[in-house]
Design a binder for this molecule. Structure first.
Ligand SMILES: [Zn+2]
Length: 79
């Protein structure tokens, strides 16, 4: 979960384990997976927007449970 103050990122907490991630001057300084989904008409959650954050450790545990591994490629330019 994320908390903002005056549109500046203040806090990021892993939704799974509750770890408070490092945020400095509005910038997240740790690996984090941000999940966000708007469920549409064809779902049972019509119009609901769900969002969560996972620390890198919880992300690793999460994807290890997959039957098919996540696809990976290298980012050559960081913004
Ligand atoms: Zn976690």
């Amino acid at each position: 979960m994320r908390e903002y103050k005056n549109e500046k990122l203040q806090t990021v907490i892993c939704n799974k384990c509750g770890k408070v991630l490092t945020v400095e001057n509005g910038i997240l300084k740790e690996g984090c997976f941000r999940g966000k989904q708007t469920f549409d008409y064809f779902s049972d959650k019509d119009g609901e927007i769900h969002a969560f954050d996972l620390c890198e450790s919880c992300y690793d545990d999460f994807v290890k449970s997959f039957q098919i591994p996540v696809s990976q490629k290298e980012e050559t330019e960081f913004l």
